[in-house]
Design a protein around this ligand. Structure first.
Ligand code: GDP
Length: 369
């Protein structure tokens, strides 16, 4: 990059190529005195956290050093991308520190959902992942739903300790931190940024009124989520903004659905039944016969089927096929990380094929809804 400097605020190595990654500053800001990264600059001047991201190795190192502190760990996940955004192995790294699971974006759920049921579902999934939580709180940082519960839980479980906030990218961590800065931190004291002990990573310290801090860590990038592999210009279409309107499709077997040009879903075998799509309503859905699907994709990907464009699709990993057998009698979701899920409503079972870019996490789970 040509820049071989580190940030005077947090110590991270500076770079000016990748805006969403740690240490970014615009080239023009090199003339600033002192030279600090964009993240520190925003915190200092606007009291505002912004998202930065790091890769898995750096992140695991950071988690490991949290394990050596005595603190409360707040793990933010995206309800809409639960398995995509849950940090696997978190428990192992944070040691004996308690984990408070904050489940964000509940505003995306279709209206009139029973939140207790959702909470139980989250509890079971977290347990299955080996995560022990002291508490689970559902909220929407953006729409200010359940935020008083977040603060209550922080107070109850913090017990005079520092709070480390960890999460994957795009779960709404900065939105939540900014709300905490406004509603909870001690604004009398100056916001500081400081080097994270024992790592090369920066972490932002937000003061609390008892000389303890909320420490915001960079977001971890998981390439197994669709949100991380699409062009940035397409991200807004992928991330739903309002409560999701489920799309119900009555399908016969040998029918196919395309979700934009990103995913193909084949209902290969089974009795006529309905499938419900929980995806951003900004995405295009196209239905066709299975026998037509190959040709349709070849001719119309990136165009009739929807964005990203052909050129952008060529930059993404090619599709791989997941053959799934949906068992009889059970309500299951086919979950596609960073995209959403397809709920199978039939009780007679089905065989389906799901095509998604190679590396994207695809799994079958008990229905969330
Ligand atoms: P970060 O990468 O985890 O710091 O996430 P951001 O705070 O930058 O948010 C990522 C995206 O999710 C943005 O488009 C936000 O507007 C959106 N977002 C954050 N919180 C919520 C929420 O509670 N509900 C909804 N619908 N969107 C949210």
């Amino acid at each position: 990059s040509g820049i071989a400097l580190s940030c005077a605020g947090c110590g991270v190595s500076l770079q000016s190529e990748r805006q969403e990654e740690a240490g970014y500053l615009p080239e023009s800001a090199l003339k600033r005195e002192p030279v600090i990264c964009q993240r520190c600059f925003r915190i200092r001047n606007y009291n505002e956290a912004s998202s930065v991201a790091v890769d898995q190795d750096d992140f695991l190192r950071l988690l490991g050093s949290i394990g050596e502190t005595d603190s409360l760990v707040v793990h933010i996940v995206d309800l809409y991308d639960f398995e995509g955004s849950l940090i696997s192995g978190l428990q192992r790294f944070v040691g004996n520190n308690p984990v408070l699971l904050v489940v964000n974006k509940v505003d995306l759920l279709p209206k009139s959902m029973n939140l207790n049921r959702i909470r139980n579902w989250v509890q079971q999934q977290a347990k299955a992942e080996g995560l022990r939580t002291v508490d689970i709180v559902l909220c929407s940082a953006k729409r200010n739903i359940g935020f008083d519960h977040v603060i209550e839980a922080l107070e109850r479980h913090r017990k005079g300790r520092d709070v480390y906030v960890v999460g994957a990218t795009n779960v709404g961590k900065s939105t939540l931190i900014n709300r905490l800065i406004r509603d909870y931190s001690d604004l009398e004291r100056e916001l500081t940024t400081s080097r994270y002990p024992g790592t090369t990573l920066d972490a932002v310290h937000i003061p609390l009124d008892d000389d303890k801090d909320i420490i915001d860590t960079p977001g971890i990038v998981y390439a197994s989520r669709m949100t991380e592999i699409v062009p940035r210009s397409f991200l807004q279409s992928l991330l739903p903004d309002k409560s999701i309107k489920p799309l119900v499709y009555q399908l016969n077997d040998k029918q196919t659905l395309f979700i934009s040009s990103l995913v193909r879903f084949d209902f290969v075998e089974g009795e006529r039944q309905s499938f419900t799509l929980y995806i951003s309503n900004a995405l295009n859905v196209h239905r066709t016969k299975l026998e037509r699907a190959d040709e349709l994709y070849k001719e119309h990907r990136g165009e009739l089927l929807g964005a990203p464009s052909r050129e952008e699709l060529d930059e993404m990993p090619a599709w791989t096929r997941h053959s799934l057998r949906i068992p009889r009698g059970a309500k299951k979701d086919i979950f596609i990380a960073g995209l959403g899920w397809i709920q199978a409503n039939g009780t007679t079972g089905a065989i389906v094929d799901l095509y998604a870019p190679k590396g994207i996490k695809v799994l079958m789970r008990d229905s969330l809804i």
